[in-house]
Design a protein around this ligand. Structure first.
Ligand code: ZN
Length: 207
């Protein structure tokens, strides 16, 4: 299993719904330790080169294996949190998203699960869900922020054009050498959510 880097076509595709097969169940089982080795809190199928609608996540509350997810509704409160991505090592930015969402997905046992998520679990779910629609977090930045990361994105794009992929360790090594607050530092992400919550009374956006 290798991590695809920003610029890889599979990261920009809309992934297709999947059927639960023994192969899928096995793959989801393998994605969890891989995500942990990379010190990530989520890993979506397109990030390992599969254009299918499934991902794994562990935002500190529990491990979720999420198949064919839907976001049923978005809360009206928006908060800013630092985001990074295993496929965009070296890039971190604050992203504004709804604090609370209602989701529906199928588990690996075929059970339909409906949940209300808030704070970090809601954040990770939205980030991974975006991957299934060919969206990465930098697509959600405003023009100025986008410009600030454009050099870094261009470097990543060139690496992916050369066919480079990353192991879990390599992705972590790059991300851990950064001075930015890290997406994987759950506590600090929650702190930053608290800090920015007070100025977050705008209505939910078009998502
Ligand atoms: Zn990501």
């Amino acid at each position: 299993m290798k991590i695809r880097i920003y610029g890889d076509k599979v990261l920009a595709e809309t992934a297709k719904p999947v059927e639960i097969t023994p192969e899928l169940v096995k793959l989801l089982d393998e994605m969890v330790p891989f995500m942990r080795n990379a010190r990530g809190v989520g890993l979506a199928a397109p990030q390992i080169g599969i254009s299918g609608r499934f991902f794994v996540m562990d935002a500190g509350d529990k491990v979720r294996k999420v198949i064919n997810p839907e976001i049923v509704s978005f809360g009206s409160n928006q908060i800013e949190m630092d985001e990074g991505c295993l496929s965009l090592p070296g890039v971190h930015r604050k992203v504004r998203r709804p604090k609370k969402i209602n989701v529906r997905y199928t588990s690996e046992t075929g059970e339909v699960i409906e949940e209300e998520l808030k704070n970090l679990p809601a954040r990770v779910f939205q980030h991974e869900f975006d991957h299934l629609n060919g969206t990465v977090f930098t697509d959600r930045l405003g023009p100025i922020q986008k410009k600030m990361v454009s050099g870094e994105l261009e470097r990543l794009r060139r690496r992916s054009e050369e066919g480079e992929t990353l192991s879990a360790d390599e992705s972590y090594a790059i991300r851990s050498s950064e001075s930015f607050p890290d997406y994987i530092k759950v506590a600090s992400a929650e702190d930053s959510a608290k800090v920015s919550e007070k100025d977050s009374s705008e209505p939910a956006n078009k998502e």
